[in-house]
Design a protein around this ligand. Structure first.
Ligand SMILES: O=P(O)(O)O[C@H]1O[C@H](CO)[C@@H](O)[C@H]1O
Ligand SMILES: O=c1cc[nH]c(=O)[nH]1
Length: 285
């Protein structure tokens, strides 16, 4: 097996991985991820004990015990570019030997669950609900750089969306972990999530900069590829699912619906909706 050079697998002087600032023993194989660094403590406040607390840039990590289960919670910041760093570095922590710089023969499969916020694209997805992304479609360019394998039906959805939006590239489509859906999200709304490379124009929001595609929101909402339609959008899920497939980890994205873009409403109790989702995940994971 080829040795991974020090410019590719970057190890800090204290032995930790470059951005996450973690040692392999700092993480559990069950990881809850959140976008907002302040949300990490909102998860770990329910832990009986916090064993590890590490911070670097937007990546805050707490590892501890919830009712005897060892869990890690990490913040990622926003966007799939951060998920690229998160997923590669988490995988390196468990599947690469930092001494020899070679991949381990026995692979560890992580369980990674995103607890994030999201906006609804259909009136059938109410404010305050919890939605599990069964599939996600990425409008960002991250998968232009990885050899992601997609099934025929996934390619078909990407092609249909490329056409509907008149894009110069094909969006990528991937699914989440069925076993995590059964375990954690059995009573949540099943959804197809559009992952956007921004919060404003890519999600059809106008403050002062305007929109190149004025009917974007309607196009998202009305998009159909056979019986496939979008339920919600956010900014990370497709990055998680595609890197989960590439690196062979179980990944599930859960969404607290805080905005409904069809009714133009925002949840007054967004914090409560997120807290309820956090507690469900802690109990079920
Ligand atoms: O609440 P988080 O997890 O950050 O998720 C959503 O909220 C952010 C935008 O406000 C984006 O990261 C989006 O994906
Ligand atoms: O509308 C929304 C709400 C949360 N996060 C998003 O990315 N979009």
């Amino acid at each position: 097996m080829a040795v991974i050079p020090e410019s590719e697998l970057i190890i800090n002087p204290n032995g930790t991985i470059y951005h996450l600032n973690l040692l392999p023993e700092h993480i559990s194989d069950t990881i809850i991820t959140v976008g907002d660094p302040d949300r990490v403590a909102k998860v770990s406040r329910y832990f009986d004990e916090i064993e590890v607390a590490v911070a670097k840039r937007e990546f805050i990590t707490h590892t501890g015990y919830y009712k005897g289960k060892r869990l890690t919670v990490i913040s990622t910041g926003m966007g799939t570019d951060n998920i690229d760093i998160l997923m590669n570095e988490l995988d390196a922590l468990v599947n690469i030997d930092f001494q020899s710089r070679e991949p381990n023969e026995d692979r560890i499969r992580l369980k990674i669950i995103r607890v994030g916020t999201s906006g609804a694209l259909q009136s059938t997805v109410p404010l305050g609900s919890h939605l599990a992304s069964h599939t996600a479609v990425g409008l960002d360019s991250l998968m232009e750089f990885y050899p992601l394998e997609q099934r025929k039906d996934e390619l078909y959805i990407g092609e249909a969306l490329q056409q509907a939006l008149g894009l110069s590239f094909r969006p990528y489509c991937v699914s989440g972990s069925e076993s995590l859906i059964r375990k954690v999200a059995y009573d949540m709304i099943p959804g197809n999530t559009l992952t956007c490379p921004g919060f404003y124009a890519p999600q059809g929001r106008v403050l002062r900069a305007g929109l190149r595609k004025p009917d974007l929101l309607q196009t998202y909402r009305n998009f159909r590829a056979k019986d496939y339609r979008f339920t919600n959008f956010e900014m990370e899920t497709a990055g998680y699912y595609s890197l989960g497939r590439l690196l062979d980890h179980e990944v599930l994205s859960l969404n607290a619906i805080v905005a409904n873009r069809i009714s133009k409403t925002f949840a007054a109790n967004a914090e409560e909706v997120i807290d309820d989702l956090i507690l469900k995940v802690l109990e079920r994971v």
